[in-house]
Write a protein that binds this ligand. Structure first.
Ligand SMILES: Cc1ncc(COP(=O)(O)O)c(C=O)c1O
Length: 403
């Protein structure tokens, strides 16, 4: 029987039901420590990107570590607060912040606000009513990277960051509103990146922007945030899914002049590997050319395969000596929601458990109630003990807001 964090999958399934997201905290701690060690060797600061996964219990755990937190909504901010993370450690992001979120920054609930557009800056100035705030500018450096694709564009392909044509207007506004203290620049360039080149290119582009602002008189602008995006191995045998984060950070640090602080915001690389989703097989359907296994989860609890073809390695929890054959693992939603194609034992049957690996990031946080399915629980495992971090939604939770 498969074990997760030293605990048997069948026992966990019995106790918490399926589907369930299991989080192995030793793996989480290991991933976070590896990133912090690689970064601190070069004076680089780490903020965890809450969008990957945030729960109150996780925020409490992050509170004890020397890391910041990147939040992108009031919900993420309040979760951070419930976890006891102090405001100076929190940076507020978002491509379209609400007035309430902007006001939260001015009342001291975050350390910094990242301005994403000239229109947003107008609202920030209006809402400030003279109150002061540290701000970063999200830039559009035109550098985009996803897995093994690295492209330089004029920036037309991304909604994130200041359009280059607005940069002068933004600087003029910041000059006229000294209550907004420009602390630096930011650019996040993509996800599942394994290539060092886009990081170097992005750092170079950000340095040029920073240099320009410092020469324009913003002496306090001394920070460069290069975002997250560090790739995570999804397939246990893939030779392509390797990344040398220490080498990337060493190269970025070497290119940065004295007096400039670099920061990173890894989400996926911190939490993805710690997560395993457990499902129960509901039905096997054998056709001449294909075998389907329908599981008790769906694209509602794991939207990433349907959303952008994310791959998850799938293993049967019960050990079997039967030969393996290709199986399409599907969810039970009213979509053709193939969750994975996986080699699985021919004796796989209804009632068996399947584990989807590397589901810690952007799985629970992106889950929905499609088909009015309740969201699964999150169970943290540490020292062979399991603790509920998020309850399974009840059916009442699903229609709680119906009027
Ligand atoms: C601004 C920002 N920072 C950090 C991240 C985290 O990226 P990842 O989880 O790939 O490390 C994201 C992801 O969307 C982001 O938008």
């Amino acid at each position: 029987m498969l074990t997760v964090g030293g605990m048997r999958a069948d026992i966990l399934a019995e106790r918490y039901g399926t589907p369930a997201l299991l989080l192995d905290l030793a793996v989480f701690d290991g991933s976070l420590s590896a990133l912090v060690d690689a970064a601190s060797a070069h004076g680089i600061r780490v903020s965890y990107a809450a969008k990957a996964l945030l729960l109150t219990a996780l925020a409490k755990r992050l509170q004890t570590r020397d890391v910041g937190l990147d939040v992108a909504s009031l919900g993420e901010l309040i979760t951070a607060e419930r976890g006891g993370i102090e405001a100076p450690r929190i940076t507020l992001h978002g491509a379209g912040k609400t007035d309430e979120e902007i006001d939260a920054a001015f009342v001291g609930r975050v350390g910094r606000l990242v301005i994403d557009s000239v229109d947003e800056l107008h609202r920030v100035v209006e809402i400030s009513r003279g109150r002061s705030l540290d701000v970063l500018l999200r830039m559009n450096t035109g550098i985009e990277a996803h897995t093994h694709e690295f492209i330089r564009t004029a920036g037309d392909d991304t909604k994130f960051g200041l359009a280059p044509r607005d940069e002068d207007a933004v600087l003029a506004m910041l000059r006229a509103n000294s209550q907004l203290r420009l602390r630096g620049v930011h650019a996040h360039i993509g996800s599942q990146i394994f290539d060092a080149r886009p990081y170097a290119a992005n750092a170079q582009a950000l340095l040029e922007k920073l240099d320009r602002y410092r020469r324009a008189g913003f002496a306090g602008a001394d920070t460069m945030v290069i975002g997250g995006g560090f790739g995570v191995q999804m397939h246990p045998e893939s030779p392509d899914e390797t990344i040398d984060v220490p080498a990337i950070l060493a190269a970025v640090a070497a290119a940065v002049p004295h007096g400039v602080t670099v920061e990173i915001e890894p989400g996926r690389a911190t939490v993805a590997a710690a997560g395993t989703s457990l499902y129960r097989v509901m039905a096997i359907k054998r056709y001449a050319k294909r075998t389907f296994a329908v599981v008790d989860g769906s694209m509602a609890d794991n939207p990433r395969p349907a959303l952008y073809g994310a791959y998850h390695h799938v293993v049967a929890a019960r050990k079997s000596d039967a030969p393996y054959h290709p199986v399409t693992v599907c969810g039970r939603s009213c979509e053709n929601d193939a969750l994975a194609d996986a080699p699985l034992p021919q004796d796989l049957r209804a009632g068996d458990l399947l584990a989807f690996c590397t589901t810690g990031a952007y799985t629970y946080s992106m889950a929905s109630n499609y088909n009015r399915f309740p969201r699964p629980p999150v169970v943290a495992i540490e020292n062979r003990e399991a603790t509920l971090w998020a309850r399974r939604e009840s059916i009442e939770d699903v229609f709680r807001n119906d009027v």
